[in-house]
Design a protein around this ligand. Structure first.
Ligand SMILES: [Fe+2]
Ligand SMILES: [Fe+2]
Length: 482
């Protein structure tokens, strides 16, 4: 039953793609499986592999009751291949083929482009697991440790999702790509992951929460654009991945919110009204708000780089060909072809940043980035409610999109967080007021002490409002072994 919503749990690989009858692909995946487990054990979460973790596993692909929660050792997690239900009569929603029936097989003329899209998306999934592999040791609570591992196993499943598409639709090339996805390593100088932000370190829990808030949200935008794809198996794959991705952003957003709450409560209790009284605030064992702002600046800038060049022929081709759409393409009311349309793009010109209209097709990366910024700003606004609620006079803001960029139009200039272009000297002089200094990083590192008692939290983070799957506050989310 390749198109059904029910998941077959009988074989080695849970799936709703009819693997039991698809011998070639099943063999390819079963051959790939030991290498994956090997990768998970060497590059996945360090320690805790023998511990029982309260994890959710997908048991359906609908919007309700699609997951069950239970204790499982991570290497025994049932990583599966799960596609959202097929929509009968679906047509290609945009580009030159708009209105034609959605492809169930790879369109030959776009084979190379599609393979590239799958590999780039696939590469980010194991990369983030590698980046986060040391964090279990310093988890601020069992609740947070569980959330980390949940994100990790689901990124592992997202790798499976892309590997399935490669192996099912790209034959030998696909199998080779699937092997290579297990070979590259985040941060490895000889064999790095493909995109910059996925080779950065995630050395502490503040970085982890910022990463899941900012960078997993890039994942959401990319998946949302691919969920519109005219290649139907990719669309269905990404639609289900988005269901899981929401939790990753929840972990980041609520993690930072709980830090803000703890800091504000600590300041109140100590009678400190000035958020810039950093030395005294740090003595409370909480993270000062200016450092939170600097971390947000850094992670926002790193993530914007993932959207690529503002002006991009690749993005135009991916759209024209019907492979990668825009965010919420199906809700947009234009012609979905963009021939003759324009889009405003920010770029530096003679020392100032100006807005220029360019052909909309070549500005699709820019457009997706703009949608990302709007989505991110809504999350930041939710953070800022905590300041209002606690009466601390502060708010987190997003820096200008030109700030601290390494890719695209702004890579050539330094700016401040308002987008004012700075000389190199001014940048050097002022940068530690805008991105974390080594002293800030050392302070954060000094706070990273594990808390493993049930229901307890370290000094710098408030407990969550609600337990996972409505469990009580003292629930033992991870039963630590070994
Ligand atoms: Fe993912
Ligand atoms: Fe994610």
């Amino acid at each position: 039953m390749p198109d059904g919503a029910a998941i077959d749990y009988d074989g080695l690989i849970p799936n709703n793609v009819g693997l039991a009858e698809d011998l070639t692909v099943r063999r390819a995946l079963e051959t790939w499986h030991p290498g994956y487990i090997d990768w998970w054990k060497t590059m996945g979460p360090e320690g805790f592999q023998a511990s029982q973790v309260f994890l959710r596993t997908a048991v359906g692909v609908g919007s309700d009751n699609w997951a069950k929660f239970d204790f499982v050792r991570m290497p025994d997690y049932r990583w599966g291949v799960l596609l959202a239900p097929k929509v009968e009569g679906r047509v290609i929603p945009f580009g030159a083929h708009k209105g034609e029936p959605a492809w169930q097989e790879v369109p030959g003329e776009y084979r190379a482009m599609l393979r590239r899209l799958l590999v780039i998306q696939g590469d980010t999934e194991p990369a983030s697991v590698e980046q986060q592999r040391h964090l279990g040791a310093t988890a601020p609570s069992l609740y947070d440790m569980r959330n980390l591992f949940q994100v990790n196993v689901e990124e592992g499943r997202h790798l499976w999702a892309m590997v399935y598409l490669l192996q099912k639709y790209f034959g030998r090339d696909g199998r080779e790509e699937a092997q290579d996805l297990l070979k590259r390593r985040s941060g490895d100088p000889d064999s790095p992951r493909m995109l910059g932000a996925f080779n950065e370190r995630t050395p502490d829990w503040l970085s982890f929460f910022m990463f899941t808030f900012f960078t997993d949200r890039d994942g959401k935008m990319q998946l949302a654009a691919l969920a519109q794809s005219g290649f139907d198996p990719l669309s269905r794959t990404c639609r289900f991945m988005l269901t899981e991705e929401a939790h990753h952003m929840f972990v980041g957003e609520s993690g930072v919110q709980r830090i803000i709450q703890r800091t504000c409560e600590g300041m109140k209790a100590a009678g400190i009204a000035d958020p810039y009284d950093v030395a005294r605030i740090r003595e409370l064992g909480v993270i000062d708000l200016p450092t939170l702002q600097k971390k947000a600046n850094l992670h926002f800038a790193l993530t914007l780089d993932l959207f690529g060049n503002e002006i991009s022929t690749n993005a135009a081709n991916a759209f024209n060909s019907g492979l990668k759409g825009r965010y919420q393409e199906d809700r947009l009311t234009d012609d979905h072809r963009l021939t003759g349309a324009t889009y405003p793009v920010l770029r530096p010109r003679d020392g100032v940043i100006v807005n220029e209209d360019v052909p909309a097709l070549s500005a699709l990366n820019m457009r997706l980035r703009d949608d990302y910024v709007a989505d991110t700003a809504a999350g930041v606004a939710r953070w800022n409610r905590t300041f209002a609620q606690t009466g601390i006079d502060f708010r987190i803001t997003l820096p200008h999109v030109a700030f601290h960029r390494r890719i695209g139009e702004f890579a050539a200039v330094h700016t401040d967080t308002d987008g004012l272009i700075l000389s190199s000297e001014d940048w050097q002089r002022r940068k530690e007021t805008m991105i974390p200094s080594s002293e800030d990083d050392a302070f954060i590192a000094s706070l990273m002490r594990p808390e493993r008692r049930r229901g307890a939290f370290t000094s710098w983070i408030a407990p969550p409002r609600q337990g996972i799957d409505n469990r009580p506050g003292d629930f033992e989310y991870v039963k630590i072994e070994g």
